[in-house]
Design a binder for this molecule. Sequence first.
Ligand SMILES: [Zn+2]
Length: 560
Amino acid sequence: MKTLSALVVMLTVSLIIFGCAPNAKETELGKFITAHVGKIRPIDKEANLAWWGAALSGQPEDYDRVRKLTLEIRQVYSNPGEFTFLKDVKASGQVKDAVLARQLDVLHNAYLKNQIEPELLKELVDLGTKIEKDFSTFRGTIEGEKVTDNKIKAILKTETDSVKRTEAWLASKQVGAAISDDIIRLVKLRNQAARKLGFDNFHTLTLTAGEQDVGELDKIFSELYELTNEPFATLKAELDGVLSSKYGVDVGELMPWHYHDPFFQETPMVYELDLDAYYEGKDVRRLAEKFYAGIGLLVGSVLVNSDLYEREGKNPHAFCTDIDREGDVRILCNLSDNEYWMETILHELGHAVYDKYHDRKVPFLLRRPVHAFTTEAIAMFFGRLSRNPVWMQQMLRLPDGQRAEIEKVSGKYAQLKQIIFARWAMVMYNFEKQLYADPEQDLNSLWWEMVEKYQLVRKPPGRDKPDWAAKIHFTAAPCYYHNYMLGELLASQLHHHIVHRILKLDSDEGVGYVGQKEAGEFLAANVFEAGALYHWNEMIQRATGEPLTPKYFVAQFVSR
Ligand SMILES: [Zn+2]
């Protein structure tokens, strides 16, 4: 026995020395990575600090610094010689070490999306900036009078006169006609850049660089479509009944302007749920810190570096930033004692714990969430709790009666919110895919085909205007919208797994996660620590036992 184990030890030692020694390509790549990280790490930290400073001060010169540093980073990744090197190493198939191979993938993708010739890039940036400016300065008109976006939204929320609703809706679409030609030009330029890199179009390039695959996304979205078809039709019919009597219009006559926002992406305020009263006078910061501590995720170090309250000149929204991938994680909020900010601080701290709990032994390039949608999923997972009756009861010490009050509407509300958003996301994903596949086609008709198919909202008779172009995402965040949906799906998949496999419960009834350390430990060990060590779908497979699937989202929100 002794000899055998000695032999095993000898074999192991020699394997370490000889068998697993890095080959020439691996050594070369290792050197490249060291040099690259040496270069990028300080600029990255400086850019993050500059961005943080600008968000706090609102000063144009601070934003200018952010712009310069962002450009500096972009210049590193646009180096064609370095990209060729990475492409060749990848093509050689010689990189066997899994961690090195992952870093190679991540680097390759980062360089890939920046390989656009300087002249074309300038044209793209200039046109994109022009459209965004035109979009944000455009004002629609009602009876010749200019109206703001907020005015339009207010009319669609509260006005009961169908004629006035129609005018407001039409006003919200006028921007589309003003900028659609430019957007089509931008789409063609983006396609031109993508084709030079050997891709069919820009949509495919963007997805590939984001480690996503059109076939994979098509499968997820069509499954989601099938699974939500019937329940959506039922809920929508119920909603239409309410709207029809509210506006005195036959159900068959309901038009896009009868919904409460220009795209029917939000829940009409007919089953309104007012939770603000429960948070009035409460310290949402303290509640959030206490909740996270209870599940074993400590956010004290994040909160001391953060900026949480409103101030003149400060960014009025919220975000989370990982300054150095060494533990300096901060959130920006503008807290107030209402449900919106309760959700927001839970959401941002979700991003923060993901960043904070990366294993520091994971190489710098992989020490970040594996995908934008995976960190969004964690943020959503926690953000959803601000409306969870069990969570609210336990954190706010509500009597059973109040919990029952909340339960009466919260389930219905969450269901509507999620299913309406899912159907809207299908329009965005499928339209955008086809927009890039053929920008010459009749996009106005295509848009309404999608809206009728997925949202069951009728096209106004004879309507032939670029209504799609009134959505700024096509310009400002191209080929990204689907990630919001994937985030929701993953949040539900993790929820299902934790409830059934980790907490070993039969259903999520009564689950608010308060004090449930196993939940926090599970997320840290299976999602946060690995960072980007595995492809996102491998991470999900390892964490939950199966790849990303819409079925748990459907189970949580649709078929209950
Ligand atoms: Zn977020």
